[in-house]
Design a protein. Structure first.
Length: 200
């Protein structure tokens, strides 16, 4: 017998398939289902010819960024009390927020980029960025350059796994850390270049 959770999951995947690109975008924006699974399923849809890979990447990036903008604005205008009161409805609990705040205070605005690759704080990090009134465009830029490799990676895995797309988390695990290290290295080089450019 199929459980309510499994039934909801299957119905969500069916809806995502019917909506195509818009389904990927909405799935990432709402994020009731983890982004890894939404993107992997998007990759599966590419593998069976339902949608195109480039279109899936574009809508995946847009959906991923919009989801974080919503959290940033919630933190910016709502503040900590509102987030603590209603955060549970979007899957963010006090322990997530507490950890994200510690990371933001310790590493500064750059954490908005590299925290995207780390479980637990990946989504919650947008909230302290909002609390701190971080520049909106700077926030969007850091989020955007982090969402690109994340989107590409899980869509590609979903494409390669095909009908076995639900195994994406297990398959992805050995690769997430190297991708995170690579992304942080690129980001550090970019910051170094920007600082040197300002001093000349």
């Amino acid at each position: 017998m199929v459980s309510m959770v499994e039934q909801f999951f299957l119905q969500s995947m069916n809806l995502l398939e019917e909506l195509g690109y818009i389904g990927i975008l909405l799935g990432l924006m709402v994020e009731v289902i983890p982004s890894e699974l939404v993107l992997a399923y998007g990759g599966y849809l590419v593998s069976v010819g339902k949608i195109q890979f480039i279109g899936a990447i574009c809508f995946g990036i847009i959906g991923g960024v919009l989801a974080q903008i919503f959290l940033y604005l919630l933190g910016y205008f709502g503040g900590r009390k509102i987030v603590l009161k209603f955060g549970k409805y979007i899957g963010i609990h006090e322990r997530h927020l507490y950890l994200a705040e510690i990371w933001f205070e310790k590493y500064g605005a750059g954490v908005v980029f590299f925290a995207r690759f780390i479980p637990i704080v990946r989504h919650a990090i947008s909230l302290p960025a909002g609390f701190a009134k971080m520049s909106f465009w700077r926030f969007c830029f850091y989020t955007w350059i982090a969402v690109i490799p994340w989107t590409f990676f899980f869509l590609f895995l979903g494409l390669k796994l095909g009908a076995n797309w639900q195994l994406v988390k297990t398959v992805a695990e050995p690769y997430v850390e190297p991708i995170m290290i690579g992304a942080i290295t690129v980001f550090a080089l970019y910051l170094t270049y920007s600082l040197q450019k300002k001093t000349h």
